[in-house]
Design a protein around this ligand. Structure first.
Ligand SMILES: Cc1cc2nc3c(=O)[nH]c(=O)nc-3n(C[C@H](O)[C@H](O)[C@H](O)COP(=O)(O)OP(=O)(O)OC[C@H]3O[C@@H](n4cnc5c(N)ncnc54)[C@H](O)[C@@H]3O)c2cc1C
Length: 237
């Protein structure tokens, strides 16, 4: 299997860095090939703008999705976007490694999504969700939090972590066609003891070694929706 780890933490000695290194080691020991996009080290351009197109169809008014579609067909997307898309085409598993920031992802990673998951590549022309451009690939979040686990329960102060991650897991990954594996969440590593953190890394290693036995999240496929794109009654619970 080929794994692409997209890693978004500015500090190599962070716990996110340790999780990323654990993942690289574990996958390589399992005989898998690993590619890493270390976004801060790459100084990845996070802002989606007109410079993302080497040529423009319309030089007067930028309509991003139209330019994305055309540039994807002509091979005139910016070089860094095309390089990330090449890595995505090659991979069987995408892992996003990041700290939860404002109940979401750091801007540099959001920028990677905005720029790389372009129309005509990851979705478009009626292709989305279970027919999205990344169909046939798996994806998984590996995140850390500041808050402890009990604050991220359905009744906890921060709310249900599944709901917090829904925009990323469903709105980005599943929308683009990935089968989404349940996330790995290292809650509050900064408030754990060194021993607890070592155990967290070991738990992560074990989880990654058994990834092929983990079922994807059961998001609804297209045929669960009616002609108005509403969930059919038999699938409502
Ligand atoms: C802008 C911003 C927004 C945020 N929003 C949220 C939010 O919405 N919700 C929320 O819960 N939190 C939030 N946070 C907190 C953030 O999620 C946590 O600070 C982060 O997830 C912790 O991960 P880290 O990798 O930065 O930890 P670090 O602080 O880097 O690491 C924790 C500890 O692990 C140690 N460590 C590193 N490597 C190893 C190793 N190999 N073995 C053992 N120990 C090791 C480090 O030395 C450190 O002591 C936010 C933070 C910021 C800056």
């Amino acid at each position: 299997m080929k794994v692409l780890i997209v890693y978004a933490h500015e500090e190599p000695n962070s716990f996110n860095g340790a999780l990323k290194n654990t993942a690289i080691r574990t996958f390589e020991e399992g005989g898998h090939k690993v590619l890493v996009s270390d976004l801060y080290r790459m100084k990845f351009k996070a802002v989606a703008d007109g410079e993302d197109f080497l040529e423009r169809r319309d030089k007067h008014c930028l309509k991003r999705q139209i330019e994305e579609q055309a540039a994807g067909e002509l091979g005139t997307l910016a070089h860094d976007i095309m390089e990330e898309q090449r890595k995505l085409r090659e991979c069987d598993l995408l892992m996003l490694q990041f700290p939860l920031w404002w109940f979401s992802m750091p801007a540099i990673l959001k920028g990677w999504v905005d720029r790389v998951m372009s129309m005509g590549f990851a979705y478009g022309r009626g292709q989305s969700y279970d027919t999205g451009g990344m169909k046939g690939r798996k994806a998984m979040l590996s995140i850390t939090t500041g808050g402890p686990d009990f604050t991220y329960s359905p009744l906890g102060r921060n709310g249900d972590i599944e709901q917090i991650l829904f925009p990323i897991q469903h709105g980005i990954l599943y929308f683009c066609g990935f089968e989404v594996l349940p996330p790995h969440i290292a809650f509050s590593p900064a408030h754990a003891t060194k021993e607890q953190r070592v155990k967290m890394l070991e738990g992560f290693r074990q989880r990654l070694s058994t990834l092929d036995r983990i079922q994807p999240i059961a998001f609804h496929p297209a045929d669960h929706f009616d002609e108005h794109l509403q969930l059919k009654s038999e699938f409502q619970s």
